[in-house]
Design a protein around this ligand. Structure first.
Ligand SMILES: *[C@@H]1O[C@H](CO)[C@@H](O)[C@H](O)[C@H]1NC(C)=O
Ligand SMILES: *[C@@H]1O[C@H](CO)[C@@H](O)[C@H](O)[C@H]1NC(C)=O
Ligand SMILES: *[C@@H]1O[C@H](CO)[C@@H](O)[C@H](O)[C@H]1NC(C)=O
Ligand SMILES: *[C@@H]1O[C@H](CO)[C@@H](O)[C@H](O)[C@H]1NC(C)=O
Length: 965
């Protein structure tokens, strides 16, 4: 007994299972189907082969009577794979919807053979290949089929017309080609036929008279041609007809007037011609009528006024003549009207503003007279919903309505290309939602109202080709979304406000052909999205900003500004750079201003000293007066930094007392130089030279000590004041016998001076090449110069400063003959060590530049200085420039020396002026050292400490020989 019970318990589940209807085909079919799929979102995890029936599975529905699968709806499950054969097991399936997945492969021709399939939707997959002819051969009870948005090719099978049960066919958005099946209209039960967006061609056959149920016919965007079937109007229930974007021709078939249910008719983009029949206005259900882009001509029938349900009317791009019928005022539901690019004349009808229309485009007609703006005010009450108003390219000749601001929902306003007069009304500032305002190519005068700042959504402002005057209001900076600012061909004046540099989305700026003056704000380089910036033909002056977009600006975008300078316009800025001039503090007229009779300011010498830094060009209009005020430099003040106020640095003609812009002068040492009663800080002007970073002047302090003042010409690239001062103070701490000492600096946002110790005997270049020295440098002097330069550079490298700009004009010789390397560390003042800027700044250093500068991928290290040093060594011993230009030849020094070394005639290369007075056992190793330093490969070059060791060994030749062989 116990044994029997145990046996029963053991077998019970098996027995129960055996009694159940079946482990049916549906489970098997679906599992087989699933097995062929990829299911990246694990949507089908509920599908388990252990279940007895699939009725509770996701996407599966069963007929409650039979418990068999009747619906399979897996739309948007991200499934991929083939629509597999497993589905053919689902003998009771009625609805199969696999839309919006990633199914691939071809369409299974057997699917409709499933006993009772009625709906099959495979739209929005990646199915390819042709639609199989067998598919519709025995289509059973198939009613709805959609293959829309796949990649199907080939023709629509002729067998389609056999499938009489079909109600809806959607093959839209494939690549089906060829002609329509001739029997397509045998499908009497058809309600919707969507073949849009394929490559179908040929004529649409006649014979539609029996399609009583057809409601939707969409043939948009194919290559159909010929006339529309004349009997299309037999399909009395048609609501939507879309034949747009084909090659249809002829006129609108008369029978269409019977389509009283038609709500949407689109014939856009064909070659229909002729007049619009009056009866079109009797299609009273029309909500959308688009016959744009055809060759229709004649007048717009006034019967359109009967279309009381019409919401969208597009008659654009035809040849309509006459005027807009007044009757349209009855189309009270109208939301959008587009009659642009026709030949319409007459006045702007008042109903345009009275109805609740949101979008009006009348552009490109011959409408004239004054717009009936008086109705604008009433608009606000009626609806105020106008969002798009395009009246461009007509012949309107009125003033802009002063209350245009009532169009408070306007997003797009285009009145360009008319003859509008008067000024831009201030109420424009109330157009808070406007993103495009285009009033270009009119005859507007007056100035741009500052209220423009209220148009806070503005993206495009186009006011070019008018007669506008005055300044760009700085309030424009409130239009922070602005991308296009087109103001060219007006008479605008004043400076270009730095405020526009805050419009960080700007892409297109055209200010050309105006009368803008002043300099270009260097902040403009912050505009990182700029694609186009044209300021040509104005009266701008000063430096072009450097950096960002302005490094690549095309010369034509800045041309026609005679006083603008910079490399782009091929005009050196130095000519307008102020030079220090002498001012006699005891006179109210500065010395040198004899050439400026107009200058009548009484300069106030409040305390002690006055420095003027002015260019001849500027003296005519005023004096750049940099007055040193408050030089209360007590001996107790720290020696390292004694800030002094300088005024007048900005507004050159203002007296110091009214000028809020104060510069800052800091001397790192030498407070003694500003003793009581100091008069002029600088008392003599003398240009010493120019380099990539600035122009250098010599001046003499009152105590007789000379200094060299470098005016930076890269001021537009200089970092913030804080960064500048930190870097400069760092450089000021560097003291070495072979480095030019930085004594102080002067800062204003637009002018930076560096004050250096003055080195009396000129540059190495002058000493070598200018025959300046009475007697030429001896070998011993040359050797000491080489060794001194090496020591100076080694010191720089030790404190992690790369010079970048080594050349003989940057090495100065002091009265004892010792070399002093200058101009170091200036690259640090630039915001980024941009190779492009660096090489443009040091391009004058032709021949000294290490080859890796040309190679974007190689990191620039201090070895680039070693290269420049190597070239300097060769220059010193040969007395030749790194690159010499002969009659029709270019001699590159290091190549020449290397060649001579290989041929064993180095000694011939040494400077002829030495007259053979050199020890060969020093000179030849030095030449070799120079060549090694100038190796093409950075890692082959020694570092500067090694160079010093080698040079010291060369003085004891016996020990150095092995090192260099
Ligand atoms: C189809 O697959 C691609 C990746 O292969 C995926 O990005 C896309 O979303 C999928 N589409 C659908 C409808 O799941
Ligand atoms: C359709 O086919 C074309 C080539 O015939 C292919 O480039 C395209 O990616 C396919 N599109 C889809 C959605 O599979
Ligand atoms: C045809 O299918 C496409 C894509 O699924 C759909 O957008 C369109 O509305 C369908 N056409 C009709 C007439 O239902
Ligand atoms: C600018 O003003 C001058 C007169 O000052 C006038 O001749 C010229 O036509 C004006 N140009 C524009 C574009 O308004």
């Amino acid at each position: 007994m116990a044994f029997k019970l145990f046996f029963f318990i053991l077998l019970a589940p098996l027995l129960v299972r055996a009694l159940e209807p079946v482990f049916n085909d549906d489970v098997l079919g679906l599992i087989v189907f699933k097995a062929g799929l990829r299911d990246p979102k694990a949507k089908l995890t509920s599908w388990s082969e252990d279940d007895n029936n699939p009725c509770s599975w996701v996407g599966v529905k069963c007929d409650p009577r039979t418990n068999r699968v009747s619906e399979l709806v897996l739309d948007g499950f991200s499934l991929s794979g083939h629509v597999g054969r497993g589905l053919l097991r689902l003998q009771f399936l009625q609805i199969l919807s696999l839309a919006n997945n990633n199914f691939t492969g071809t369409i299974n021709p057997d699917l409709p053979h499933l006993g009772s399939l009625q709906v099959i939707d495979l739209s929005q997959n990646s199915l390819s290949g042709p639609i199989p002819d067998e598919f519709f051969m025995q289509c059973g009870s198939l009613r709805v089929v959609s293959f829309a948005r796949n990649n199907l090719t080939g023709q629509i099978p002729q067998s389609l017309s056999i499938c009489q049960t079909l109600v809806a066919v959607n093959f839209s958005s494939n690549q089906l080609s060829g002609k329509l099946p001739s029997g397509i209209w045998y499908l009497r039960g058809l309600q919707a036929l969507d073949l849009s967006d394929n490559l179908l061609e040929g004529e649409v056959p006649e014979g539609m008279e029996n399609l009583y149920d057809l409601r939707v016919i969409n043939f948009r965007k194919n290559w159909f041609s010929g006339k529309l079937p004349w009997d299309i109007g037999s399909c009395l229930l048609l609501k939507l007809l879309d034949f747009s974007e084909n090659f249809f021709s002829g006129s609108i078939p008369e029978s269409i007037q019977r389509l009283s249910s038609c709500s949407s008719l689109s014939l856009q983009g064909n070659s229909f011609a002729g007049q619009i029949p009056n009866w079109l206005g009797d299609l009273r259900s029309l909500e959308m009528l688009d016959i744009s882009g055809n060759n229709f001509s004649g007048g717009i029938p006034s019967s359109f006024g009967n279309l009381e349900l019409l919401e969208k009317l597009n008659l654009s791009r035809n040849e309509f003549t006459g005027s807009l019928p007044e009757s349209l005022t009855n189309c009270i539901k109208l939301l959008a009207i587009d009659v642009s690019h026709n030949l319409l004349a007459g006045k702007l009808p008042s109903w345009i503003f009275k109805l609740g229309i949101q979008s009006v485009s009348l552009s490109g007609n011959r409408l004239s007279g004054s717009a009936e703006y008086s109705s604008l005010t009433s608009m606000e009450a009626s609806n105020g919903g106008l969002q798009v108003l395009d009246l461009s390219s007509n012949e309107f000749s009125d003033v802009l309505p002063s209350d245009i601001g009532v169009l408070s929902r306007l997003q797009f306003l285009n009145m360009s290309g008319n003859h509008l007069l008067g000024s831009i009304p201030a109420s424009i500032g109330k157009l808070k939602t406007a993103s495009v305002v285009d009033l270009s190519d009119n005859q507007l005068n007056g100035s741009i109202p500052s209220e423009i700042g209220g148009v806070v959504s503005l993206k495009e402002l186009r006011l070019q080709k008018n007669f506008l005057t005055g300044k760009i209001p700085s309030q424009i900076e409130k239009c922070s979304s602005l991308t296009s600012l087109m103001l060219s061909q007006n008479n605008l004046t004043g400076p270009i406000p730095a405020a526009i540099a805050n419009l960080s989305n700007l892409q297109y700026v055209d200010l050309s052909l105006n009368k803008f003056s002043g300099s270009l704000p260097k902040e403009l380089t912050n505009l990182s999205h700029l694609l186009y910036f044209n300021v040509s033909h104005n009266h701008l002056q000063g430096d072009l900003p450097l950096g960002g977009f302005f490094n690549t600006i095309s010369p034509s975008s800045v041309s026609g500004n005679p006083s603008l300078c910079g490399s782009v316009v091929n005009r050196s800025c130095t000519s307008v750079h102020p030079k220090p001039i002498v001012l006699n503090p005891n006179s109210s007229n500065p010395i040198g201003s004899s050439s400026s009779p107009t200058h009548g300011h009484k300069i106030i010498f409040s305390i002690s000293a006055l420095v003027a830094i002015g260019a001849a060009a500027f003296i005519a209009i005023g004096v750049i007066a940099v007055t040193v005020l408050n030089i209360h430099v007590r001996s107790s003040v720290s020696r390292s930094a004694a800030p002094l106020e300088l005024s007048g640095g900005e507004d050159y003609s203002c007296s110091p007392t009214t000028d809020p812009n104060y510069g800052k002068l800091v001397m790192f040492s030498g407070d003694a130089d500003f003793g009581a009663g100091t008069q002029a800080l600088l008392n003599k002007d003398c240009e010493l030279g120019r380099g990539g970073f600035g122009v250098v002047y010599r001046t003499v302090l009152r105590d007789g000590r000379s200094v060299a003042i470098k005016k930076l010409t890269v001021s537009s690239l200089i970092k913030s004041q804080e960064d500048f001062e930190r870097e400069v103070k760092g450089l000021g701490k560097i003291r070495h016998h072979n480095l030019v000492a930085l004594e102080g600096y002067y800062w204003t946002p637009s002018l930076q001076l560096l004050i250096y110790e003055y080195i009396p005997c000129g540059s190495l270049y002058k000493n070598l090449h200018d025959g300046l020295g009475k007697s030429c440098l001896t070998w011993r002097q040359r050797f000491n110069i080489i060794l001194g330069m090496a020591k100076g550079l080694a010191h720089l490298h030790q404190i992690n400063i790369i010079h970048y700009n080594l050349k003989s004009t940057n090495v100065l010789i002091d009265s004892s003959g010792a070399p002093k390397v200058g101009d170091f560390g200036l690259a640090r003042l630039l915001p980024t060590l941009d190779r492009c800027i660096l090489s443009s700044k040091i391009q004058s250093a032709l021949g000294y530049m290490a080859p890796e500068f040309a190679c974007q991928t190689v990191k620039i290290t201090e070895k680039c200085d070693v290269y420049g040093f190597g070239i300097l060594v060769l220059e010193v011993v040969t007395g030749k420039r790194p690159v010499e230009y002969m009659e029709d030849d270019v001699v590159v020094l290091c190549d020449m020396v290397r060649g001579a070394l290989e041929e064993g005639r180095v000694e011939e290369c040494l400077d002829q002026k030495l007259l053979g007075n050199f020890p060969a056992d020093e000179a030849i190793p030095v030449v070799k050292l120079g060549l090694i330093c100038a190796s093409q490969v950075p890692s082959n070059r020694p570092d500067m400490n090694e160079v010093i060791n080698i040079l010291e060994l060369i003085q004891c030749p016996s020990e150095v020989q092995e090192e260099l062989e």
